[in-house]
Design a protein around this ligand. Structure first.
Ligand SMILES: Cc1cc2nc3c(=O)[nH]c(=O)nc-3n(C[C@H](O)[C@H](O)[C@H](O)COP(=O)(O)OP(=O)(O)OC[C@H]3O[C@@H](n4cnc5c(N)ncnc54)[C@H](O)[C@@H]3O)c2cc1C
Length: 361
């Protein structure tokens, strides 16, 4: 049966969209969420999960409960094909979902497609796969770990891995490296970069810049620079790709990501809305960070409802900067906004409080 609004993916934007709907019920319209699982991973707590501070259940939002409370049907499936003209999406279960309007919030994938399923590599995005794989693969860290990509997420993960290694009784000399094809933390402010580089040095994380991975064999990572690293496990945080089915769907894209106007509506297919990391905003680049997706959600839901009745849509206006609370491996964090970085003892507590209230809301 055709639904009025098909929500594809339980990403950060759809979580806050569903929370808005819960508070502003729309009983005469039929909404359906398609997501592979009943839970969605909250990225801000993943470094803490890797470090061993949180269980998996503490870092996941219960989509099932949220959908029940918002009056939305939920189906566990993964979309593999999408036709924006006929207005159907097909799941890997073979089920077909037809819709009047749809909203896509499926996140991105790290690592090139050629790497994605290779043994020895663990791609950090999609995060639900990563969290599951980490539970299975993190038992033996004694043969070295390398992280590909030195953005904020990669640095937080490296510090978390070192904390986990220490907690497992491994010496600080146990190999741990970040490899970046340019400079690490190149999008961060100088003060944050300085503070985090100090932490990486204290944690004996080797930083290798301006080179790329050539191959990974028998626990050895070979780089284009000619260097070799001991790394049984390689965590791939670098890179961002849209899912293949979305890229080939016929929606207008930029760099593979569907382009949306300021109402989060596809510029080529106005009944299709896209949000979160996978959307490319026509009016300018915004960072791929959960805080942007979270703020998009309520506007997205109001626009989906308004569009059904032909009412005017609202503009999403991204914030210029946001408070970054960056975890440092142990139960500590630093904060940065507008280029100013502060380190205070209570920041980990504040971060945990904010993160937990998002997950449990
Ligand atoms: C280690 C790390 C730490 C981070 N920490 C922060 C932080 O502290 N603050 C911050 O702002 N950002 C942080 N980020 C960035 C953040 O992860 C992303 O910006 C955020 O997850 C984007 O959310 P989203 O809404 O695009 O979708 P996602 O959160 O990526 O969720 C996508 C959802 O869609 C589902 N899905 C995927 N494919 C399909 C399909 N084919 N069919 C149906 N469902 C599908 C997935 O299962 C998932 O539930 C971090 C990133 C990393 C790597």
């Amino acid at each position: 049966m055709r639904c009025d609004v098909l929500l594809i993916g339980g990403g950060h934007a759809h979580i806050t969209a569903l929370r808005w709907l819960k508070k502003h019920p729309c009983p005469h319209k039929k909404f359906k969420l398609v997501n592979p699982r009943a839970y969605a991973v909250y990225s801000g707590m993943v470094p803490g999960f890797v470090a061993g501070h949180f269980d998996r259940s503490e870092v996941e939002v219960d989509l099932n409960r949220l959908c029940v409370e918002a009056g939305v049907d939920i189906v566990y499936d993964s979309i593999v094909d999408f036709d924006p003209v006929v207005k159907t999406a097909t799941g890997e279960t073979g089920a077909s979902y037809s819709f009047t309007q749809t909203s896509i919030d499926v996140g991105i994938m790290s690592a090139p497609a050629s790497i994605a399923d290779r043994k020895g590599y663990l791609t950090v995005k999609p995060m639900s796969h990563f969290v599951e794989a980490w539970q299975q693969d993190s038992g033996n860290l004694s043969e070295g770990v390398a992280l590909i990509g030195g953005g904020l997420g990669g640095v937080e993960l490296a510090l978390a891995v070192r904390h986990k290694m220490n907690a497992c009784g491994l010496p600080t000399s146990n190999p741990l490296a970040i490899v970046d094809r340019s400079e690490i933390l190149s999008s961060s402010s100088p003060s944050l970069r300085r503070a985090l580089c100090e932490r990486l040095s204290e944690a004996s994380v080797t930083i290798i810049e301006n080179t790329q991975v050539r191959a990974h064999e028998n626990g050895c990572l070979m780089l284009d620079s000619g260097q070799f690293l001991t790394a049984q496990l390689v965590l791939w945080t670098a890179g961002a790709r849209a899912p293949g089915w979305l890229e080939k769907s016929g929606l207008e894209t930029s760099g593979g990501f569907p382009v949306v106007n300021s109402c989060l509506q596809s510029i080529s297919h106005p009944d299709i809305f896209i949000s979160g990391d996978v959307a490319s905003l026509q009016k300018g680049h915004i960072p791929k960070a959960g805080v942007y997706a979270v703020r998009q959600g309520p506007i997205l839901m109001q626009n989906l409802i308004a569009k059904l009745s032909g009412a005017p849509l609202q503009d999403y206006d991204p914030q210029k900067d946001y408070l970054k609370l960056v975890s440092l491996g142990a139960r500590s964090a630093i904060a940065e906004k507008w280029g100013h970085t502060i380190q205070l003892p209570g920041l980990w507590g504040l971060k945990t409080l904010i993160d937990r209230s998002f997950v449990q809301d």
